[in-house]
Design a protein around this ligand. Sequence first.
Ligand code: ZN
Length: 206
Amino acid sequence: MKCPQCSCENYEILKSKGKHSKELLLKCEECGNIYREVITREKPIEIRIVISEFESSKKDFIKLYPDEELQVDDILEIEGKEVVITSVETKRGSRIYRSLVSDIETIWASSLDIPARVGISVDFGGRVLSKKVDVDRDFEFNIGDVIKLGNLLLKINSLKTIERKLRRGFARASVTKRVYGKPLESGVRYNYDLSSKIVQSPEKEE
Ligand SMILES: [Zn+2]
């Protein structure tokens, strides 16, 4: 779709209504012109989707209506499994927040069907023991919490999330990369036991 005034193809969708044919109210990102477009619902098309699961990713295709609008954080179902959109790449090669399916080259998503994998590092005064745990994506790590991990007790003193390092507060497991803790003596009351969540493939000590 092109702006009738300046022919720019970048637009913001202000309104969209209708099912089989859609009336769109669009605002040109170049000149600010507001214009209407009516699109009739076409057959679903196959769009490339890259789904990340932990460190690996897999490519697949998903059938979607070309006039459907997708945005980051939308949830799609593919082969009965839910994935969340993390980025949308258009045919022009830019990664944007929101787009019509007809303009999409690749959807980047991450699987919701799997737990969040989080590293836990315990500092024994220079010697660091590291483990990985698989926990619910909604699980919250609070700084100051005491975790039981096998026969080890540790107190969280900082968290590394996708974006930053935290020394206070909490973070959801889905955005937490690593939990840093100090060992405690046995017998201390703990907030939660993650022993059964330890990923069995051993991680090398760092
Ligand atoms: Zn324009």
